[in-house]
Design a protein around this ligand. Sequence first.
Ligand code: DX5
Ligand code: ZN
Length: 214
Amino acid sequence: MIVSPSVLSCDFGNIQRDTLMLHHSTADWLHIDVMDGVFVPNISFGFPVLQAIRKHTDKILDVHLMIANPDAYIEDFQKSGADILTVHYEACTHLHRTISRIKELGMKAGVALNPHTPIEVLSEVANLLDLVLIMSVNPGFGGQKFIAAATDKVSRLKTLRTNLKASFIIEVDGGVNLETGAQLASAGADALVAGSFVFGAPDPVATIAALKSL
Ligand code: DX5
Ligand code: ZN
């Protein structure tokens, strides 16, 4: 299992310390949640914070954009150190163009789907994608309850991937813990994001290792 702890739940007063903790853990990626207060009803952080994290780790930065008009900022995210750039299907009018631009700039391209968005909307671009992010909460906040329908969505996405001969990674984000993570693993998830479960644990490093073993 690929594990991508979400920095959104870290202690922002100690972002260097928490980044280094993740860097020295068995986490594969660091998940970076960018929110603009327009696409989602919350504001998190932007380029300076991403650049600060980049300074302290060479692990893959898995950047999840919950912003309107992501096209305007693709290059800025690349310059700030993003390795994977995931945009929301619901925020992109010209999704094919957005995905192409992300890849042209040398990043891996991901598309996130809100809980209400059917997987079939990705059929025509599936072969261009490096990652599909299934939201198992409505985006905007850490610490929300897992939406159980995400599990079946993951298994249907896995079937769609096989049928289309696509090769994207299936990542799931929101309410992930050892119990929901185990269900997602058997449904076919390749990568799990976990924020509050990791940072709220007495031993985050051991919690990351436990998620990795799912
Ligand atoms: C939610 C964010 C998530 C969030 C997950 O909008 O996209 O990445 O950090 O937090 P938990 O794991 O606490 O649900
Ligand atoms: Zn996220």
